[in-house]
Design a protein around this ligand. Sequence first.
Ligand code: GLP
Length: 255
Amino acid sequence: MEIFVVPDAAATGTVAAGLIAAVIRSKPDAVLGVATGGSPLPVYAALSSHGLEMSRVRAYALDEYVGLPTGHPESYGEVVRREVTERLGLDPVNVRVPAGSAADPHQAAADYDAAIRDAGGIDLQLLGIGHNGHIAFNEPGSALDSRTRVETLAARTREANARYFDSPADVPTRCITQGLGTIMEARHLLLVASGRDKAEILAAALNGPVTADCPASVLQRHPHVTVVADQAAAARLEPGNNPVQVRVVDASVGV
Ligand code: GLP
């Protein structure tokens, strides 16, 4: 596992975008796993300035709410359309999001897991981390080998995501999420984190025990993980007891 510590959230975008751009230049039809939330936004903004040929790039979203009508502005389908497909110039045909509005979300989840496999798996999966250690919507207690499935959102997750809705009551209670086992099959995991509020959970995920209580800790078992954190989010990482190489990267240089 490699950790890049950079000055601020914008720099996490610069460095992470440099890594993604390298993958796309080496594989024009790369399969990217894309994340929602605030942490990936600087990555997409920085990546859009690379001027890459994106028409063959394929993208799979990590998760989607269950029960929002298709086209709801805060559905992850719409968030991905705005922040990834349109911003990066991907062909919408090549962008997939779990079918959260399907009549049978459990079948939709199984179909999504199979679609990722049929695409040859994900080359690089971009990840954020929730305050309770979730990745995608794998909440604490999720099996470390879980597959794409319907999951009930933790109260803390609904509270954190309420900022995107008119009322907390509007936040869905369920979702379809790529499972931890599904995520771990990606060939490269790229976790971005910024802000003081992520310092404790990032340290727990990277320095603490591998446990379902902190789903992000499963990353310790993956052979190719890159973490890009700003100094605030990295503040609690202990280089001494942390088996990772910590480097401060001059974001103007990129990677
Ligand atoms: C949501 C998303 C996760 C994301 C998390 C943290 O729960 N499903 O993929 O990592 O929010 O979001 P943020 O980056 O805004 O802290």
